[in-house]
Design a protein around this ligand. Structure first.
Ligand code: NAD
Length: 469
C-alpha cells in the first residue's frame, strides 16, 4: 500500500500517525495518509512566511512563468493524477470525471497565468500622482472539500501563487492523496515553502482559521463549516473567501424547447453525481411541459452506465462517502413517504452506489426540495405561475446559482436577474469558466473566484499618493 508524506518547505515530511483513505467503489484502501500534528502545521506556516518574503518580491513575469510551468507539469502527469483521483474520489475516469477534472485544472492554470493586476493610475496632474497598487496578502490557507479535490485545489492555490502569496493547503481527509501528489509535483518547479500541504481532518482546519501566521483563508465546503471558520478567523482579522453550499433552482418555462434542453438539464444536475456545489438541485417545470421533461430526463438517466470508475465504460461512479450516501438515502426515503413519485432509481444499490434518481410530485416543504442533497437525485416540481416559481426559487437560504430555461432569450434574461444568486444562467446550468467571476450570495458565502476579480482577492490595495510640489 502506498504511503504519502506532508510537503513542508519543499521537503517530504513523515508523521507519527497515518489514516487509511478508501476507494468508495470497492472499499479497498488506496493509501495511507499522514495526519499532520499542530507542530507540523506551525512548521508549514513558518516555511510559507519565510518563502513569502522572496516570492512576493520576484518580478511578476517570473511568477507567471512558474504558473505556466505548473500547467506543463499537470499536462505531463494528468494520467497518473486522474487515476489516483478516481481511486480515492470514486468519479469515473471518463464522462465528466477525473480526466475532465484534470483538463479543467490545466485550463484554469493556464488562464490564471495569463491574468494580471496592473497598476491603476487614479490621478496624474502637474501637482499630483495617485496610483493604486495590488500587493499580495501573505500566507493563504486553503481548505478544500472532497467533491472536486484537484480542481478546487487549483482554484485556491494558483491565483494565490500567481499574485505573490504563499500557501498552506489542507485537502479533505476523504480525498487527500491526489492533492498530496499534485503538490509534490508542483514543488519540483516552485521554490521551497511557496506551496505546502498538511493533511488531516477538521481540527487542522480549525487551527488554520485561528493561526496568527495565516493572513487569508480560502474555503470551499459546507455552510456550517464556513460559519465556524469565519468565527475562528475573527480574532486575527483574516481575509476570507467562502464558497459554501448551494441549493440551485432551475425554472423551465412553457415555451422551452424540451428536446434541445434535456441533455443540458441532465448534466447540469447530475454532473459528478450531483456532488457539485452549483449543480441544479431543484427543477421547477411548468405544468404544460412537465410530463415531457420528466420523460426526457428519465430516458437519459436510465441509460447511464454506473460502476467502478476505473472501468472506462462507466460514466457514473459511487457516492463518495458513507455519510453522504446515508444522507441521500434519507432524503429520498422521506420524499417517498411524502408522496413523491419515483421516476427512476430510488433504491440504494450495492456498497456506495446510489442509482440516478428522479422524483416527481414533490414540492417545497419536502426535505429533498428544501435541503441540499449533494447526490444523484433530482426533485422535479410542477408549477403554474412564473412569479410563484421565482418566489419559491428564492425562498432558500442559499444563493449560489440559478437558471431559467426558455426559447425567449430576452424574457429569460429578465427573469434570471430576479433570481437571488451569484450566477444566473439561461438555458444552461453549472457552467463555470476561468474568465468569469464565480461566487455565492446569502448563505452560499462571499467573495469570488476566477478572472481578475478572483485574483484581486489574494491582494490588498496600496495607494501611492505623491505631491509633486
Ligand atoms: P465540509 O465543510 O465538511 O469540509 C470541507 C473542508 O473543511 C474539509 O477539508 C474539512 O476537513 C474542513 N473542515 C471541517 N470542519 C472544519 C472547521 N471547523 N474549520 C476548518 N476546516 C474544517 O464540506 P464537504 O462535505 O467536504 O463538502 C461538501 C459541501 O461543500 C457542500 O455543502 C457543497 O455545496 C459545498 N461546496 C461548495 C462549493 C462552492 O464553490 N460554493 C464547491 C464545492 C463544494
Amino acid at each position: 500500500m502506498a504511503s504519502y508524506s506532508l510537503i513542508i518547505d519543499g521537503k517530504k515530511v513523515a508523521t507519527e500517525h497515518y489514516f487509511d483513505v478508501m476507494n468508495p467503489a470497492s472499499g479497498e484502501v488506496v493509501g495511507a495518509c499522514p495526519q499532520a500534528s499542530d507542530e507540523q502545521l506551525d512548521d508549514a506556516v513558518t516555511a510559507a512566511n519565510r518563502a513569502f518574503k522572496s516570492w512576493s518580491a520576484v518580478p511578476d513575469a517570473e511568477r507567471q512563468a512558474a504558473v505556466n510551468k505548473i500547467a506543463e507539469v499537470l499536462v505531463q502527469n494528468s494520467a497518473e493524477l486522474a487515476e489516483l483521483l478516481t481511486r480515492e474520489q470514486g468519479k469515473p475516469l471518463k464522462g465528466l470525471g477525473s480526466e475532465f477534472e484534470l483538463e479543467g485544472c490545466i485550463g484554469w492554470t493556464q488562464a490564471t497565468a495569463a491574468l494580471s493586476l496592473p497598476v491603476k493610475i487614479i490621478e496624474e496632474t502637474e501637482e499630483s500622482t495617485i496610483e493604486q497598487h495590488r500587493k499580495p496578502i501573505g500566507v493563504v490557507g486553503s481548505i478544500a472539500p472532497w467533491n472536486w479535490p484537484l480542481m478546487i485545489g487549483i482554484w485556491h492555490i494558483i491565483p494565490a501563487i500567481r499574485s505573490g502569496c504563499t500557501v498552506v493547503m489542507k485537502p479533505s481527509s476523504l480525498t487527500p492523496l491526489s492533492s498530496i501528489r499534485m503538490v509534490e509535483l508542483f514543488n519540483e518547479v516552485l521554490p521551497a515553502g511557496v506551496l505546502n500541504i498538511v493533511t488531516g481532518g477538521g481540527s487542522i482546519g480549525r487551527r488554520m482559521a485561528t493561526h496568527e501566521g495565516i493572513q487569508k483563508i480560502v474555503f470551499t465546503g459546507s455552510t456550517p463549516t464556513g460559519k465556524n471558520i469565519m468565527e475562528n478567523a475573527s480574532a486575527t482579522l483574516k481575509r476570507l473567501t467562502l464558497e459554501l453550499g448551494g441549493n440551485d433552482a432551475g425554472i423551465v418555462l412553457p415555451d422551452a424547447n424540451v428536446p434541445a434542453i434535456i441533455e443540458k438539464l441532465f448534466w447540469g444536475s447530475f454532473i459528478n453525481s450531483g456532488q457539485t456545489c452549483a449543480a441544479l438541485k431543484r427543477l421547477y417545470v411548468h405544468e404544460d411541459i412537465h410530463d415531457q421533461v420528466c420523460e426526457g430526463l428519465t430516458a437519459m438517466a436510465t441509460q447511464m452506465p454506473m460502476g467502478d470508475g476505473l472501468d472506462e465504460n462507466n460514466i457514473f461512479g459511487p457516492v463518495q462517502n458513507q455519510a453522504q450516501f446515508d444522507y441521500v438515502r434519507e432524503l429520498v426515503d422521506d420524499a417517498k413517504a411524502q408522496g413523491g413519485r419515483v421516476l427512476c432509481g430510488g433504491e440504494p444499490g450495492e456498497g456506495l452506489f446510489y442509482p440516478l434518481t428522479l422524483i416527481a410530485d414533490v414540492s417545497d416543504g419536502c426535505r429533498i426540495v428544501d435541503e441540499e442533497q449533494f447526490g444523484p437525485v433530482l426533485p422535479i416540481i410542477k408549477y403554474t405561475d412564473i412569479d410563484d416559481a421565482i418566489r419559491r426559487a428564492n425562498d432558500c437560504e442559499n444563493g449560489l446559482g440559478g437558471s431559467i430555461w426558455t426559447s425567449d432569450l430576452e424574457k429569460g434574461k429578465q427573469l434570471s436577474m430576479r433570481l437571488e444568486c451569484g450566477t444566473a444562467w439561461v438555458n444552461k446550468h453549472a457552467i463555470v469558466q476561468p474568465n468569469v467571476p464565480f461566487g455565492g450570495v446569502k448563505a452560499s458565502g462571499f467573495g469570488v473566484e476566477f478572472a481578475e476579480e478572483g485574483l484581486a482577492e489574494y491582494t490588498s490595495i496600496q495607494i501611492v499618493s505623491i505631491d509633486k510640489n
